[in-house]
Design a protein around this ligand. Structure first.
Ligand SMILES: Cc1cc2nc3c(=O)[nH]c(=O)nc-3n(C[C@H](O)[C@H](O)[C@H](O)COP(=O)(O)OP(=O)(O)OC[C@H]3O[C@@H](n4cnc5c(N)ncnc54)[C@H](O)[C@@H]3O)c2cc1C
Length: 333
């Protein structure tokens, strides 16, 4: 059996990995040059930075088992820290929780590379349409390339994009929401100056939803040109009101927000304000599911040999992406 998988994020690569292990012929198609999708580690000459998912948690025993073997293989490590959160009056307070957080090392997308070992991945192939002929599927890419003779097609793109690709071919497309994932503007700033070492992650407010001190994550290389590397994820509401085509530099907004938050911490012996040495920003059009969004039913069409998987079909997040692929494999192949 020959299977095409569209998308090389966690869900697509997990499906590909398990199907290959079962001896099936699998090819993955990815529109980007890199692997991992929203599990992204950007490599610039001044820093390597995680711009998408910052860490992940593992609750389901099947995912816990996978994370344990990734840990043994040196692919992931725990990131132990006590996060801070902003109080209603804007002060940073420690927010103790028991959550065990993991990160890919030396970058988040190392998970994707671990899953993709031994897989055939056609990179920079954006699949624009599917064609059914003689009970087989053909894939057409935006460059006009055609890939033929697949028994099954598994689409693992974000919900909105999966819906477009599958429309007209299967009733499952109707169950995929066209407005499920919210946007997120990510800002990375390399800074000089001082911030207390305990500040590694911040649950923010209606402007900035989350901050990671990237330079404090395990096994991150640091450049002598700056003291720290920070990532700020602007909130969904703030990001939805941002016009990505304007390409405004939001570095100063992010820096001011971060400095104001840090200034609320008591007993700072060393006061050396942060200054931006370098910055980079990335707009995620489809980032995370809105809280309390409705789950679609399982999206497998056994008559037409089509399926849609992804975080959005299994509760969101990296764990959901992984489990959506496992669910498909165990119920269908
Ligand atoms: C800003 C941000 C912060 C996040 N924070 C966290 C977090 O802290 N913890 C957590 O667990 N999760 C977090 N997430 C969510 C997590 O990243 C996702 O749940 C997970 O990575 C989704 O994996 P996936 O395989 O379902 O989809 P994706 O990673 O989106 O993979 C889909 C892939 O399909 C490709 N693709 C799409 N259309 C086509 C096409 N037509 N042809 C070919 N390829 C195509 C895309 O390029 C992509 O590589 C965050 C995400 C973002 C963006």
């Amino acid at each position: 059996m020959k299977i095409a998988i569209i998308g090389a994020g966690v869900s697509g690569l997990t499906a590909a990995h398990h199907l290959t292990t079962r001896g099936l012929e699998v090819e993955v198609f990815e529109k980007s040059r890199g692997l991992g999708g929203r599990l992204a580690t950007k490599r610039l000459d001044w820093a390597h930075m995680d711009t998408g998912a910052q860490y992940f948690t593992a609750r389901d025993p099947r995912f816990v088992q996978q994370v344990t073997s990734w840990q043994e293989a040196g692919v992931v490590e725990p990131w132990p820290f006590t996060p801070y959160s902003l109080s209603a009056d804007g002060a940073l307070l420690p927010s103790p929780d028991q959550t065990l957080r993991y990160v890919g090392v030396p970058g988040m997308n190392n998970l994707a590379h671990a899953l993709a070992k031994k897989l055939t991945v056609h990179r920079k192939q954006c699949i624009t349409s599917l064609v059914r002929k003689h009970n087989r599927w053909r894939l057409v890419s935006d460059s006009g390339d055609q890939f033929t003779d697949y028994d099954w097609v598994i689409v693992s793109a974000p919900a909105e994009q999966s819906r477009v690709l599958l429309s007209g071919h299967t009733p499952i497309a109707e169950h995929i929401s066209s407005e499920l994932l919210e946007p997120c503007l990510a800002l990375v700033i390399a800074t000089s100056g001082h911030a207390p070492e305990a500040v590694q992650g911040i649950f923010g407010d209606g402007t900035v939803g989350w901050v990671s001190r990237l330079s404090a994550k395990p096994q991150r290389a640091k450049d002598a040109a700056y003291d720290d590397l920070w990532l700020l994820h602007f909130s969904s509401d703030w990001s939805a009101n941002y016009d990505p085509s304007a390409e405004n530099n939001i570095g100063p907004i992010g820096l001011e927000w971060l400095q104001n938050a840090i200034d609320t911490l008591p007993d700072q012996k060393e006061k050396k304000p942060l200054q931006i040495v370098n910055h980079c920003q990335h707009y995620w059009r489809f980032a995370r599911m809105a809280k309390n969004s409705e789950q679609p039913p399982t999206l497998i069409d056994k008559s037409n040999h089509l399926a849609a998987i992804g975080d959005w079909s299994y509760g969101g997040r990296i764990e959901g992406a992984y489990l959506s692929a496992l669910h498909l494999i165990h119920t269908t192949f």
